[in-house]
Design a protein around this ligand. Structure first.
Ligand SMILES: C[S@@+](CC[C@H](N)C(=O)[O-])C[C@H]1O[C@@H](n2cnc3c(N)ncnc32)[C@H](O)[C@@H]1O
Length: 268
């Protein structure tokens, strides 16, 4: 398996398929469960925001939303296990994309807490966003790579309506450059943020940037298993990287799992 410049295996090919089958088939083998572990933290923060800001239906921007996974979990009550069965099981491989979408729209129609939150997804993958929109998991989508480019006028207007910004499995691919552009698009308002970030990616540069924009960042207690290493080579490279950034992997990454931490940033 190819590795990217950070030492992680490159999974780019599964992010850009017309439906989520390759994504869930590949990540099931790696026990990727971070959206499931993130779910209670995100839903707690959304509930807190609703009360504190008196916004009955907050808009959540999910950076690197892929096929609308956090939205499906938080709006429609499904689990990662459900999604692995839905898209990674034998049955899914006999279906067409249209049949998968029809089944997803059924789930969306029966949605439980769906009306209490809106989800806007930002991703560099047009295919993933198109699927998430057609399924109905997302209420809106921004197809952009804000690492390199400013949002255009329409994207800026979409981003401006954000109450909370969340991410799982995406920081590292995106940096303070993307977050700065998201904050700039708010025209002075400051959405709350919650990001699950691998320990190999120091959060300090992002926290410093957000501090300059008026945020205070707190790392929440706990370490969250993101997934297993794909290969021995990936583990070796990530262990090297952790030692470069001063993180002790003993008993954690040395045991075969990548670990994430949760950073919550709110206006001071
Ligand atoms: C590991 S997936 C995480 C997907 C989802 N959040 C989850 O946890 O299941 C990373 C996602 O980040 C997206 N991504 C990578 N680089 C990006 C960039 N520069 N801007 C926006 N999205 C990006 C990929 O297309 C992919 O959908």
């Amino acid at each position: 398996m190819r590795v990217d410049t950070t030492g992680k295996v490159s999974l780019d090919h599964i992010y850009t398929q017309p439906d989520p089958r390759a994504y869930f088939t590949t990540l099931r083998d790696l026990d990727y469960f971070i959206p499931e572990l993130a779910k209670p933290h995100f839903s707690g923060l959304i509930a807190e925001y609703r009360t504190a800001r008196e916004v009955p239906v907050p808009t959540v921007l999910d950076i690197g939303c892929s096929y609308g996974i956090n939205a499906a979990l938080l709006k429609y009550g499904v689990t990662m296990g459900d999604l692995y069965d839905r898209y990674g099981g034998h049955d899914a491989h006999r279906q067409t994309r249209g049949a998968l979408l029809a089944r997803d729209r059924e789930l969306v129609r029966s949605g439980r807490s769906a009306r209490r939150v809106r989800f806007l997804g930002l991703d560099a993958s047009d295919d993933a966003l198109a699927y998430a929109l057609e399924a109905g998991f997302l209420d809106g989508a921004v197809h952009a790579d804000l690492e390199d480019d400013d949002p255009d006028e329409r994207q800026r207007a979409q981003l401006a309506a954000t109450d909370l910004v969340i991410s799982t499995g995406c920081l590292g691919y995106v940096t303070e450059r993307t977050l700065a552009r998201v904050v700039e698009a708010q025209g002075g308002a400051r959405p709350w943020m919650a990001h699950f970030v691998l320990r190999m990616f120091p959060f300090d540069p992002i926290a410093e940037h957000l501090a300059a924009a008026g945020y205070r960042t707190v790392r929440r207690d706990g370490l969250f298993r993101q997934r297993r290493f794909a290969t021995a080579q990936e583990q070796e490279l990530v262990l090297d990287r952790l030692s470069e950034v001063g993180v002790d992997p003993t008993g954690l990454e040395t045991r075969g799992w990548l670990y994430a931490q949760l950073y919550v940033s709110r206006p001071r």
